[in-house]
Write a new protein. Structure first.
Length: 291
């Protein structure tokens, strides 16, 4: 269990903003911090990591206090058992993939973890190459593996997939879910991608102007009407055409194209490029804009 209470005066685009949040994250859950840019999400992650100092509050992980302003407790970042993955890869260009991972080992740590991660994140063919020969998705896999070398309790992810194309995002999402489950991590993700959040998250914490607004299941948050369905998929609308009294809407789900029939009311709120939820309700397909 992670108990978090943070208070910090921040400077935003519109002026001074007061970050004041209190929340609890259950062990081994994957949780998304969601909200507009500048809401304070990245500041929260940096405070948890110990690279940004709160004005007041506490961070307690299990029975261990990482920060407590009143008690004068503030563990150094290297003493906090966590991994942090940013959008930037920050790999050492003069080292191979394997050397980048080995460099992250603690003194005296068993090196077998490097072999395990190379296998899990599928880096076997890349381990002797240097970062400048890798694609963006390959570099991000290396960065993910490096963040896990020291077997952290907590993994912090600050929009790590936002610069990647859709196909690579889907692959990296699967790698992240795999290591999250394999290493029994507690993972905190920042993302603006609705389908990514729904696919990956156990629950969502909405942050607005430094305040916690809601904590919900992702599908409940984005649909707001609790569709009861045997299956649900999220995708992107790439084509719409009207035929007689109906619309035929083509949705990209992963790498597959799915055509859904919608009536006027359903189609009115949807346009090309929208993220949508497709569900089966009483044997009828339902399509609904999300986000």
């Amino acid at each position: 269990m992670i108990n978090i209470s943070l208070f910090k005066k921040l400077q935003s685009v519109s002026g001074e903003m007061l970050l004041d949040v209190n929340f609890t994250i259950e062990k081994q859950k994957l949780v998304t911090l969601y909200g507009k840019s500048g809401a304070g999400k990245t500041s929260i992650l940096k405070m948890i990591a110990g690279i940004f100092l709160p004005d007041d509050g506490f961070i307690k992980v299990g029975n261990e206090e990482w920060f407590n302003q009143q008690k004068g407790v503030n563990l150094k970042p290297q003493k906090r058992n966590l991994g942090f993955l940013f959008q930037e890869y920050s790999l050492f260009p003069n080292m191979t993939v394997g050397e980048n991972l080995k460099f992250a080992l603690k003194k005296g740590q068993d090196k077998d973890i490097v072999k395990d991660l190379i296998e899990i994140v599928d880096l076997g063919d890349l381990q002797f190459r240097k970062p400048d020969t890798l694609s963006g998705g390959q570099k991000q896999r290396v960065a993910l593996a490096r963040a896990l070398v020291q077997k952290p309790k907590i993994l912090l992810l600050d929009e790590p997939l936002s610069a990647l194309d859709q196909e690579m995002r889907v692959k990296l999402q699967q790698y992240i879910l795999q290591v999250h489950q394999e290493y029994k991590l507690t993972t905190i993700l920042i993302s603006h991608d609705v389908s990514e959040i729904i696919k990956m998250s156990d629950y969502l914490i909405e942050i607005e102007e430094g305040k916690l607004i809601s904590e919900e299941q992702p599908t409940d948050f984005f649909t707001k009407n609790n569709i009861n369905a045997k299956f649900q998929f999220t995708g992107e609308v790439i084509h719409m055409i009207k035929q007689d009294f109906i619309f035929i809407i083509t949705v990209l789900i992963g790498k597959e194209l799915v055509k859904v029939i919608a009536d006027d009311d359903e189609a009115k709120s949807i346009k090309i490029g929208d993220k949508v939820l497709i569900a089966s309700k009483a044997f009828n397909p339902v399509i609904q804009k999300i986000g």
